[in-house]
Ligand binder design. Sequence first.
Ligand code: ATP
Ligand code: MG
Ligand code: FE
Length: 341
Amino acid sequence: ALILGLESSCDETAAALVTSDRNILAHRLAGQEAEHRPFGGVVPEIAARAHVEALMPLIEGALSDAGKTLSQVDAIAATAGPGLIGGVMVGLVTGKALAHAAGKPLIAVNHLEGHALSPRLSDPDLEFPYLLLLVSGGHCQLLLVEGVGAYRRLATTIDDAAGEAFDKTAKLLGLGFPGGPAVERAAASGNPFAVPLPRPLKGSVEPHFSFAGLKSAVSRAVDSGQWRAEDIAASFQQAVVDCLIDRTTRGLHKADGATALVVAGGVAANQAVRNALQALAAENGLRFVAPPLWLCTDNAAMIGWAGAERFAAGLTDPLDIAARPRWPLDPAAEAVRGAGV
Ligand code: ATP
Ligand code: MG
Ligand code: FE
């Protein structure tokens, strides 16, 4: 099957044509860094307007790159949440309009499912179930991925997401926006053991995450004027890696039957994170799978691929389906949130 994938949940607008045999026939993406940079973060209204302007030309461009017409597409997959509601609506309404006009089925994709299944797009040998560390701008979770639509959340962050911590650290260090790649670049010329920083929740039995205390410690280190920015960046990155590895080690104890250790989401583009997880997988005799860097950060190929997986399972959606600013992958785990996390 040939799937048109659309992504617009944050500050990337993207369109892709993906086949169910893992061919990415076209991918067009427009970032909005320049629009948001003056504000030091993503401004929802600016994002939504930019998605409106960018999306149709990207779709037309992707179709022409692939040499396809809309009538040759088998289904249209659009991110329907979670994310900034204005942006999500732009992509979903566009997907609905195209689906209606061309008489094609609509697939409303959870953006997190896009991240969660993206490793199966780049690695045809990755089978269910696998232990997924989903580390992105808004999420930090360990999930047992048991099948399409079957996600068991083993752990989540009790405060900030890992990507959020990277972005805040970049801001504190004056490295600009977006923060993750800037911190990684600065860290390359710093000493990861120079600045003493905490490892929140390290050693605790449940594999949950916490990064708020780390961010505060970075803030104090910056204010002290005692350290080079490169050393703070490197020490921060090392602390995040240590936390992710300690927590994922705990998660492995709960991941019965997992065939592989897998990482996805924007922070999975970080080389130090990838290297450490690869070593952890090797220690545990597990395969390690990480998508190529461009498939880690937001893109439409992962949405098209999640659409292809859902389409193969017969999962399509009515045209009146609503956009959802919040949409957990494991609603049962989310429901016990009040009990702590
Ligand atoms: P979510 O997927 O949770 O809804 P999002 O879509 O905004 O959030 P992604 O695009 O998946 O998040 O990831 C963006 C995040 O990844 C940002 O916080 C960014 O700083 C971080 N990131 C990107 N590249 C790197 C890198 N090389 N090192 C560390 N962090 C990175
Ligand atoms: Mg982004
Ligand atoms: Fe994302």
